[in-house]
Design a protein around this ligand. Structure first.
Ligand code: SF4
Length: 329
């Protein structure tokens, strides 16, 4: 255990706002995983969780303050509850927060793919008011590189998690990918590109590897020249944009649950759909409160465009099989 690894209490911090209707609630901090490239376990300490009762209390206060979406966050969110000896704590927390009312929804921030509780995965696309969106860092589509990164899962594990999610209709799936990790040759990069091309990922976040002193990866040989890493990053960024565009186009005609955010576009108020695709409304909604039902009428290359239909009490965002069938990329 290094100097940054001492047990620390859970830091109390004011919830952050992700918009006028969305609040970030941190329920976990630190990490015990030691991926080869990452400094989080050294700087944030051991994994620790906010006890369930306290997390529910904080969520309740956010709802009383008028927030319509609670985003659960953590440095290693999938580890929530393990330090407290509680199995299945994250799905129970999600259910608990959903049970605090009928007007709000819950979203999960980034979760390591091998730490997604099967009970939680089974809720996505099925449980009303749980956003159909997961951010699942992939990092590489090459098993050789994943092993060198000490990631703890294979591309096959990741692929079968996504296949299960995609079966239940449209789901927004974000993935982080690192290009230029030591030892990533052309063959490994091509494995990653092809894997992502075929996977039902809808948002790609591409990072070029940079060495963090003190990490295991800093001692690896086989560095990738910067120009090559940049080229790979551009290829994956273009792929990510095409995938997001395909999702937007597939959603035209769908009805989605939207919460308003700050600001207006050229046409009207801006909001966020449960799938994590931004939406611009073509008119101001009525003055009531709650998640808006919005019919998607088009997309402008950045956002979806939509018309508010009504305020729905606990809007179950529509899960159209037809939409996922249109995701052809
Ligand atoms: S990448 Fe995530 S799981 Fe891996 S060490 Fe960093 S915080 Fe932990």
């Amino acid at each position: 255990m290094g100097p940054g690894r001492a047990a620390r209490p859970f830091a109390t911090e004011a919830p952050r706002h992700a918009g006028r209707s969305r609040a970030l609630l941190k329920v976990q901090d630190g990490c015990d995983s030691f991926c080869a490239f990452c400094v989080v376990p050294y700087v944030r300490g051991r994994s620790r969780s906010l006890p369930l009762g306290e997390a529910l209390e904080r969520a309740g206060r956010l709802l009383e303050a008028g927030f319509l979406e609670i985003v659960l966050t953590g440095a290693d969110l999938g580890d929530y509850g393990r330090d407290l000896g509680q199995d299945g704590a994250l799905p129970r927390l999600v259910e608990g927060i959903l049970g605090l009312g009928i007007r709000h929804r819950v979203r999960l921030s980034s979760i390591e793919p091998h730490k997604v509780d099967p009970a939680l995965a089974a809720m996505i696309g099925v449980t009303p008011r749980l956003c159909r969106h997961l951010h699942l860092p992939l990092q590489s589509g090459s098993n050789r590189v994943l092993r060198a990164m000490r990631r703890g899962y294979t591309r096959e594990d990741y692929g079968s998690l996504l296949a299960g999610l995609a079966e239940r209709g449209p789901v927004g799936i974000g993935a982080d990918v690192i290009v230029g990790f030591p030892g990533e040759g052309d063959a490994e990069f091509e494995e990653t590109r092809r894997f992502l091309e075929e996977a039902p990922v809808t948002f790609l976040h591409v990072f070029r590897y940079s060495t963090r002193p003190g990490t295991a990866a800093a001692r690896l040989s086989g560095g990738v020249p910067e120009a090559r890493a940049r080229e790979r990053s551009e290829i994956l960024r273009a792929l990510g944009e095409a995938k997001t565009r395909a999702l937007r186009r597939a959603l035209v005609g769908a009805r989605l649950g939207v919460v308003l955010e700050r600001g207006r576009g050229a046409r009207g108020p801006l909001g966020m759909s449960d799938l994590y695709v931004p939406v611009e409304l073509d008119q101001d909604p009525d003055s009531g409160e709650g998640i808006l039902d919005v019919t998607i009428t088009g997309e402008d290359g950045v956002r979806l465009l939509g018309t508010p239909v009504s305020r729905s009490v606990g809007a179950r965002t529509v899960s159209e099989r037809a939409v996922s069938d249109r995701l052809t990329l």
